[in-house]
Every structure is written in structure tokens, then in C-alpha cells.
Ligand binder design. Structure first.
Ligand code: COI
Length: 357
């Protein structure tokens, strides 16, 4: 049930960055949403306040045991000034699935949607409008109980912050180079790979640093047991077009259930392009590339949108895909998805939710 959200606005507005210099997740808006939880009382005191530091006890469980989850979604402003959110209901549902896996109490979905809409409305003049830009919205939950016993926290905070962003990759919408990770693993089935929680990202940092030193933007993770089957890139799900069919690793418990991923599958089906969710080995992919059957590769994610993959490197073997250029399907998907999001193309599936100001 939706409840009343208290709103305290600030008159001390920050200077907004130039739209062509946004980068990703560097600048933050003037306000944030915050709500508390304590055992026995439930979630309480939902409020919008000026953007500010949060004060936590150094024993807060989030610092010690990583009990935290997050989401990422985007808001856009159309040419007519309408504010649109891309599939926020899906993010809220996934937030609660992650909460469930991490032992965090469920958040009322209507209240979470109301909080998103209200805080975005308050800072709507921060939504950039240039091509490739948007307002990235980051809801997250942290365990705040000051106690060192290893059990689920009795206290939490649910916070929403917002950042005007440009492209996630410095390559922009040009193809990225991805290093196939052979040594480290991100997640295993039964673990927390499917949840949007900090630990999965912490597990990826070392491998990503090594890949970056070698000139690659990101790491492609293989399954944690056989190091054979393709999983995801960490900031995006992956797709490969082979002999006219688009394949993506099927959800297996250790891969993130990407909202852009499922939207892309829906779009491809709508266009009658064959698409399959399957178990894909890296070896078969390399063989398909060598026989000329691999036509395109791309990643999908809220931050990354559609990001063509121009090169893979697995065990020192470099693979150039689509001559290192953006493929036809990747390009059509990017144009269609961003067109739907910005309200310049029809939205046949009713994905966009308007924020009334
Ligand atoms: C997103 O695409 O929203 C993500 O969460 C990926 C990354 C920025 C962590």
C-alpha cells in the first residue's frame, strides 16, 4: 500500500555538469529518497531529502558481511518534456528477489514505485536530453544494525540516488573488447550470482583490473565449475548471432536476469528473428567464429544499453567479431530500444511508465 512520502527540498542547488561531459555515475542530483527498517516495526519514515552523506555505525553489518543489494534503471525526458521510466516494475520485482536471497525484508512494490516517481519528479530538471544520455537511478538497501554476529540485520535503509549519465563505456556505442576470464570465477549455482548484490561485483574487480591492463574493457565470465560455459560480462548479459539465430546463455541461477536482456529477447521475437536461450560453450563459440558462422556479438544492460562486442580474447587467442564493427542486428536493437526509451519510437509492449510531475 502506498504511504505518504515526506518531501524536504533544498534551495541550494548544485551546478549541473555539461551534457557531453557526464561520464557514468560521477555526478549526483540535489535530492535522494531514504526509508528505514527495524525489526518489529517494518519499513517506516519514507522521505525525500537533500542529497547528503549518510551516517553509519562502523559496526553496521553492511561493512562486514556485505548484506546489501542494488538496482539500476533509467529515466528519460522526451522532446515534449514528458518524463519516462523504462520498466520500473521489473526492477522493483528483482530488488525483492535479491532482498529475498540476501535475507533482507521485502519492500512494498507500490511504495517503491511511488518513491521512484516522486524522487525523479523532484529532480526532473537533472534529466539530460542529448543522445546517449539519461538519468541513471540507483535504488539500494544496506544492513545498518551495529553488530558483528553473522546473521541477517535487524535494521536497514532503502535509499535512492540519481546520476545524470552518458555512455557506460568510454568506447561510447562503438564495439568493446572483452577478455574471457579463465582463472577467476564470478559466481556458482546456488550462490548469489543471480542477485544484484555488491559481492558479485567485488568478486569481479581483480579480473577486470588485469583485463584492463591488457587493453580489454571488461571480463566475460565462464561458469564457475567447468570454466567452459559462457555466463555474462558482469555489467551486461551477452548475445551472439550465429547462422542467423541469436543465442544468449540461459538463466541458470548464477547469471543476472537482466531486464534489458529479456526486453531484447522480446524485441527479436517480435521481429521474427530466431532467438534461443541455451547453454553455450566458449569452445563452440570459437569454432563457430572460425567457420564464419558467428556474425555478431553484443552485450545488454541498463547502463551499457546495447554494446557491440568487437573482440574476444580466450586463453591468448584473439577473435575479431564482425570485423570489429557494429553488426546490423546490434545497431537495429540499439536504435529501437533507445527510440522506445526516449519516446521517439512506438512502444509496442507498453514498457515505458510516465512520471507525472
Ligand atoms: C546496470 O546496468 O544498471 C548495472 O547495474 C551494471 C553496472 C553499472 C553495475
Amino acid at each position: 500500500m502506498a504511504s505518504t512520502i515526506d518531501i524536504q527540498t533544498t534551495t541550494k542547488k548544485k551546478q549541473k555538469p555539461l551534457q557531453h561531459e557526464l561520464g557514468f555515475g560521477i555526478h549526483f542530483t540535489d535530492h535522494m529518497f531514504i526509508m528505514d527498517y527495524s525489526e518489529g516495526k517494518g519499513w517506516y519514515d519514507p522521505r525525500i531529502v537533500p542529497y547528503q552523506p549518510i551516517v553509519l555505525d562502523p559496526a553496521a553489518k553492511v561493512f562486514h558481511y556485505g548484506q546489501t543489494i542494488f538496482e539500476g534503471l533509467k529515466a528519460f525526458k522526451t522532446e515534449e518534456g514528458k518524463v519516462l521510466l523504462f520498466r520500473p516494475d521489473r526492477n522493483i520485482q528483482r530488488l525483492n528477489r535479491s532482498n529475498e536471497r540476501l535475507g533482507v525484508p521485502h519492500i512494498d512494490e507500490d511504495l517503491a514505485l511511488e518513491a521512484l516517481k516522486k524522487v525523479i519528479a523532484v529532480d526532473q530538471d537533472w534529466i539530460p536530453t542529448e543522445p546517449g544520455t539519461s538519468l541513471y537511478v540507483r535504488p539500494f538497501v544496506i544492513a545498518t544494525q551495529p553488530a558483528l554476529g553473522v546473521d541477517a540485520s535487524t535494521h536497514y535503509q532503502f535509499i535512492i540516488i540519481m546520476s545524470p549519465v552518458g555512455n557506460y563505456y568510454t568506447e561510447g556505442v562503438n564495439p568493446v573488447k572483452i577478455f574471457v576470464e579463465n582463472e577467476y570465477v564470478r559466481a556458482v549455482k546456488g550462490g548469489i550470482g543471480e542477485a544484484k548484490t555488491a559481492g558479485n561485483y567485488a568478486a569481479s574487480l581483480k579480473a577486470q583490473e588485469i583485463a584492463k591492463e591488457k587493453g580489454y574493457s571488461q571480463v566475460l565470465w565462464l561458469d564457475g565449475v567447468h570454466r567452459k560455459y559462457i555466463e555474462e560480462v558482469g555489467s551486461m548479459n551477452v548475445f551472439f548471432k550465429i547462422n542467423g539465430t541469436v543465442y544468449t546463455p540461459k538463466l541458470n541461477g548464477s547469471i543476472l536476469d537482466g531486464i534489458t536482456r529479456s526486453s531484447i529477447i522480446q524485441l527479436l521475437r517480435h521481429w521474427d528473428i530466431p532467438v534461443e536461450e541455451s547453454t553455450m560453450s566458449i569452445e563452440d563459440l570459437y569454432n563457430d567464429a572460425k567457420s564464419g558462422a558467428l556474425e555478431e556479438a553484443f552485450g545488454t544492460g541498463t547502463a551499457a544499453v546495447i554494446s557491440p562486442i568487437g573482440e574476444l580474447n580466450w586463453r591468448g587467442e584473439q577473435l575479431t567479431i564482425a570485423d570489429g564493427k557494429t553488426g546490423e542486428v546490434s545497431s537495429k536493437l540499439y536504435d529501437t530500444l533507445t527510440g522506445i526509451q526516449r519516446g521517439t519510437k512506438p512502444d509496442p509492449f507498453g514498457w515505458m511508465v510516465e512520471v507525472t510531475l
